[in-house]
Write a protein that binds this ligand. Structure first.
Ligand code: AHM
Ligand code: MG
Length: 305
């Protein structure tokens, strides 16, 4: 067994990037504690996207912001909970970090799994960058256990938070099959207006695929990586004409994590998520992600209409 610290130390990552990853993982420990111990009620505030914020959305955002603000390595950060990016050391910093401090918070009141997602880019700021420019990415799942998938250098690894408060390596070089047996089909509200999405559902049913849908992007994608096959779909519809999930905070990091495990991630038109340019901090995209050959099949069905 190797601790995250030792694993990073033995990697080829620059020590500055190792330190940024460790700072994010430090924030995740406070976040895990806050989720287990603090109130799950509403805050009375709404975020930039007009969504009602829970007190924990704000608390977890504060944890990430406070920890990243202390680091001399951070040029800027951007949070899904905030309208604008925050410059910390500007051009004197080395990395910019985008994060969703508490993804899937609508699952908190039912004690469902939630997560944090992050992506690290070199330099100052995010606009004009792409998912393929990420130097590291990851997510943390706060479930019965706290686990993390961290991706860099073309590989994705799982770590588990142990009793003594240290992340230990639990799975190295995750690799998923090209054909999905598990499916997580999001946004079924699109079905009445998108018959081609109904065909995607029929395709999974006809292939006798197994439904595993948690309703949170982190646990749904974590299932695919842990079971080493599967597909997650979240297409657009009239309520979310460009899809619901955000490119910067959710889809670009998740795409890198999945691609580094041998999977694929595209939008519903088949464009690679990692090739989509970030033109706005809160830009949304549709996403089809997971076992590569199944991603191709779903895009084909959606495109034939
Ligand atoms: P959030 O960032 O506001 O929590 O929204 C993202 C979440 C994802 O975790 C999940 O896949 C999706 O929203 C589910 O949304 P819905 O239940 O509206 O289909
Ligand atoms: Mg989110």
């Amino acid at each position: 067994m190797s601790s995250l610290n030792k694993f990073l130390y033995k990697s080829t990552l620059p020590s500055s990037l190792q330190r940024v990853i460790l700072e994010i993982m430090r924030a995740s420990k406070y976040t895990a504690h806050a989720i287990t111990t603090e109130e799950t009620g509403k805050s009375g505030e709404t975020n930039v996207q007009g969504e009602e914020q829970l007190a924990l959305d704000m608390r977890c955002d504060e944890i990430f912001c406070n920890i990243l603000s202390e680091s001399e390595l951070i040029a800027s950060f951007a949070s899904e909970e905030q309208e604008n990016e925050v410059e910390i050391n500007g051009e004197n910093g080395k990395y910019s970090v985008a994060f969703d401090p508490l993804d899937g918070s609508s699952l908190l009141d039912v004690n469902g799994c939630v997560g944090s997602i992050f992506g690290i880019w070199e330099g100052n700021g995010f606009i004009g960058k792409k998912g393929k420019d990420l130097v590291a990415s990851g997510y943390i799942q706060y479930g019965p256990r706290t686990t993390a998938m961290i991706s860099f250098d073309g590989k994705t690894h799982e770590f588990t938070l142990c009793e003594v408060g240290e992340y230990q390596l639990t799975k190295q070089n995750i690799s998923i099959d090209s054909i999905a047996k598990i499916f997580a089909i999001g946004n079924l509200r699109a079905l009445p207006e998108r018959p081609e999405y109904k065909k995607v559902l029929d395709y999974f049913l006809e292939n006798k695929n197994t439904l595993r849908y948690a309703g949170g992007m982190v646990p749904d994608i974590n299932t695919i990586l842990c079971k080493e096959n599967g597909i997650f779909t979240y297409p657009s519809h009239s309520e979310y004409p460009n899809g619901k999930l955000r490119l910067l905070y959710e889809c670009a990091p998740m795409a890198q994590i999945m691609m580094n495990a041998g999977g694929n991630a595209t939008d519903e038109e088949g464009e690679n998520i990692e090739d989509i340019e970030i033109v706005q901090l809160h830009q949304r995209t549709s996403i089809i992600l997971g076992s590569s050959s199944s991603v191709d099949d779903v895009v084909d069905i959606l495109q034939k209409k």
